[in-house]
Design a binder for this molecule. Structure first.
Ligand code: GLN
Length: 181
């Protein structure tokens, strides 16, 4: 059984914890840097990336997290989590544009084909970032209207989604991440 940390700052923290437990692993809410050494992987939920970033610094977690990721701590980010992994946390070779699918009222649900998953998965896009460029270090696992929406770093175990898989009953995207650890 693996121990999966869920960054406990903002977003659907409990939902991610529930999905991890459904898949048979242990889940803990992470808010202290010491915990980064006690987990096999971390999930960064969505929310507001600027606010998550300032709270990461407030909790004295930003540098320790960046370093842990550089040292190979596997990570899965959703939405704002993707924005931070592609930006300040510097763990994913893609560039993103925040809120590029529109504002809150433009949020939508769709079904996606995902490489490595044998059925279409439901996905919520909520003030989602658009992945505008994918560098050589990353690969695309899913697209929506030709835009990459699920990406993975080729080296190591960093995966990120522009959407929210945790808000549906389908646990396949988390399973894809956990199976690759
Ligand atoms: N719009 C948010 C941001 O820019 C991300 C939204 C989300 O995580 N659902 O950080």
């Amino acid at each position: 059984m693996k121990t999966i940390g869920v960054l406990g700052i903002q977003g659907a923290i409990e939902k991610h914890i529930e999905v991890v437990r459904t898949l048979g692993d242990r889940a803990v809410r992470v808010l202290e840097k010491e915990q980064l050494k006690q987990i096999d992987a971390l999930i960064i939920p969505g929310g507001e990336s600027t606010s998550i970033l300032s709270q990461l610094k407030w909790y004295d977690l930003f540098e320790p997290l960046r370093q842990a990721l550089q040292e190979g701590l596997p990570v899965f980010g959703t939405c704002a989590g993707l924005i931070l992994l592609a930006g300040e946390l510097d763990a994913l070779d893609v560039t993103v544009r925040r809120n590029a699918y529109g504002s809150q009222i433009d949020s939508f649900k769709t079904n996606l084909k995902v490489e490595g998953i044998d059925h279409e998965i439901p996905a919520f896009f909520i003030r989602a970032p658009r992945i505008e460029q994918v560098g050589e270090g990353a690969e695309v696992l899913s697209r929506f209207q030709n835009n990459p929406v699920l990406v993975r770093q080729r080296q190591g175990s960093c995966m990120a989604a522009a959407f929210h898989p945790e808000l549906t009953d389908d646990v396949s995207v988390h399973k894809l991440f956990l199976d690759n650890l």
